[in-house]
Design a binder for this molecule. Sequence first.
Ligand code: 3PG
Ligand code: MG
Length: 410
Amino acid sequence: MSGDTEFRFLTLDDVVTKGKTVFVRVDINSPLDPTTKQIIDDTRIKMTKYTLDSLREARVVVGSHQGRPGDEDFTSLEAHAKLLQGHVTQRVRFVEDTIGPEARQQIKNLKAGEILVLDNLRLCSEENISATPEKLASTIMVQRLAPLLDVYVNDAFATAHRVQASIVGLPQVVQAVAGRLMAKELVALTQAYHNPQRPSVYVIGGAKAEDKLPIIENILSAGKADKVLVGGVVADVFLRVSGTDFGETENLKLEKSPALLEKARSILKNYKDKVVLPKDLALSRDGKRVDVPVGQGTKGDAVRDIGKETSSQYAEIIKASKTVVSSGPLGVFEEKGFELGSKTALEAMASQGACSVVGGGHMGSYANVLGLDKRLSHVSTAGGAMLAFLAGEELPGVRALVEAARRQKS
Ligand code: 3PG
Ligand code: MG
């Protein structure tokens, strides 16, 4: 499925869920405070309520991930389950297990009208491997859960770009339908995809440069963007290959990614006039923000945001656009003093007055925190998945639902 095709999957309106055991794959991966590990914004948790409200007579098992193993935001889902209780009428319980005997017993014990939240699915090593849907359907994870389930609902639009067991494996073997949020996101984004008014500007930041560079290339080659404004680690990569020596401040991980650097080089070569790079950056020096022209970092400083001058320049370009899509923060807005780039971009989007779409767990949450969400056309719960969709890519999670519908009809 891409923005070009029709939605041919089944939805919650096509299945009987009363009294059934229904597994709902949600994406409640949330931004956490780097120090306290507390959930900063519960938007994704709240957004599960549309589907969960439709399942009040079912025995509901909720599965999600939070972060990636090894990362700082890789945590249990216990706090998420507590917050979820505030958004639904059903009783919510949490089990500190994913596919083991405790989790399976609690699934069997579920009563209609109850919700059981499993622990972080990525605690299960098989959730972290990318393989064919057939292979993922034969994982121990899927084989242990599937016999306990009557219906599988994918409401995790934000994870639909991942080829993982709970996204493409389970729907191979359990009757599978799309959740309410999944359907809502696809409808809203299809509009932005089909009718981008000009000029169309993409604002791309965040950390996952390996995901975002190929998407930037696709968006540019499909002619969907007139300008791409970059920030975050994505900007670091472009700056590095554009010959900027920013001393000791560059992200060291880049050294290990020759393919990524090559991709950045080729995007700059082919779309030089369309990719806008920061002119200045904000560094953290002794815990304080210092704005310097690109290239003037000194040993011990860390890049934390785009600079003041760049923030104003980006805001002007955004205000002059008719379509603006943003994903990924332009700086580390969670840290005091480094909000400027992301905040200025969001405020410009809110005052742009035409089509403004914000995605990315972090940027979307931040728009809510700033109270700007109502002034934007659509706040997607997704980051990478939204961009992949808008670049015309087929999302494996959506494809799995389409294939499941096809199998059921034949
Ligand atoms: C996201 O926040 O982009 C989604 O939850 C997917 O997370 P991932 O990039 O770790 O797969
Ligand atoms: Mg994310």
